[in-house]
Design a binder for this molecule. Structure first.
Ligand code: FES
Length: 346
């Protein structure tokens, strides 16, 4: 099957597609197609079917909300090819120079409960995957429709072992499955690596400001591990604001503490508790970690002193938190929009 794609910057042809996800097929062939979440929520991967037909995988995907479906608009991340078709994308598209994502298969090799509702898990891949710190993959579990996006917690330029964190969510199919019992040894389909909220220390000489809520810390752990490995904090500063509900909800604290020690004073970590006031200024077990109270973006607004405007901002968490943190970085810290990268998840 062949998909012809008309864009503002020219036409492209995807050949040899077999009943596959259109977005993934295009990214795997190196096209810089528009996307953010890759899982049907953001609406960024909009295209219009000019001829031919496609199958929609998740008809109720929230990303369809602002699309004109009667005119043939589709979300490429939720569409599979049925035969030859022509799509029109209302933006520029080019050929990526970064490693191309592709389909892998993997096995869950280890799980570790971090708090009562957060679990860490490792996946061994059947081949090595190159990725940038801050990227994510789309995981599909056996017997479960569709895929879920999870950021890598670990970092290596290329590896066959990926680590993730998942928070228990009522009604969340994948998270319920993870918490439901014996998942070790289960096989997963893994598409990646994808995502543009990345950090590449070789080309980015900036301080870092990181604001994360709950499991949004996942990709930030990868960014910090990458920064430490590259010696980034020998020349630049970093500030991390990590929001959780209570002291008992904090996780990856020994890792964050280790990063702070390795950065020799250039990396400050604040654990911000939204639902209880801290009894002291620093964590009782990890004195490198400061304690603060309130919403995480408010703590960031209090803590960001003058001089943050040349920093790179990274934000991840639930949508209201991300929106609040982006406002703080833009207005209080005066970081330009082009230097703020974010990952919103519902
Ligand atoms: Fe977000 Fe498709 S990329 S809806």
């Amino acid at each position: 099957m062949t998909i012809r794609i008309e864009t503002k910057s020219g036409e492209f042809e995807l050949a040899g597609i077999s009943n596959g996800n259109i977005l993934f097929s295009g990214l795997a062939q190196g096209l810089t197609l528009p996307y953010e979440c890759a899982t049907g929520t953001c609406g960024t991967c909009r295209a219009r079917v000019m001829s031919g037909t496609v199958d929609i995988v998740w008809d109720a995907a929230p990303g369809f909300a602002r699309l004109k479906r009667d005119k043939g608009d589709i979300l490429m991340c939720q569409a599979h090819t049925k035969g030859d078709c022509v799509l029109r994308i209302p933006s520029d598209v080019g050929i990526s120079e970064r490693p191309r994502p592709r389909q892998f298969s993997g096995e869950i090799t280890k799980t570790r409960l971090l708090t009562h509702d957060v679990v860490h898990f490792d996946v061994a891949l059947d081949a090595r995957m190159p990725f940038d710190a801050g990227q994510f993959v789309v995981l599909a579990a056996p017997g479960m429709a569709g895929g879920r996006a999870y950021s890598m917690v670990n970092y290596a330029p290329e590896t066959d072992r990926l680590s993730f964190v998942v928070k228990k969510k009522p009604g969340g199919g994948f998270s319920q499955w993870m918490f439901g019992g014996a998942v070790q040894g289960s096989r997963l389909r893994v598409f990646g690596a994808v995502g543009k909220a990345t950090f590449r220390p070789a080309v980015e000489a900036n301080d870092l400001v990181i604001v994360a809520g709950g499991s949004g810390i996942a990709g930030m752990m990868s960014i910090l591990e990458c920064a430490i490995a590259a010696g980034h904090f020998e020349r630049h500063r970093g500030r991390v604001y990590f929001g959780v509900r209570t002291l008992a909800d904090g996780f990856y604290l020994s890792e964050l503490s280790r990063f702070s020690i390795a950065a020799k004073g250039a990396l400050t970590i604040s654990l911000v508790l939204s639902h209880e006031p801290p009894l002291r200024d620093t964590h009782p077990e990890f004195p490198e970690i400061r304690l603060d109270t309130g919403f995480v973006h408010e703590a960031a607004a209090r803590g960001l002193e003058a001089g943050a405007e040349t920093a790179l901002g990274f934000v991840a968490g639930p949508p209201p938190m991300v929106d609040g943190a982006i406002r703080v970085l833009l207005k209080d810290a005066r970081i330009p929009a082009r230097s703020i990268r974010y990952d919103k998840f519902g």
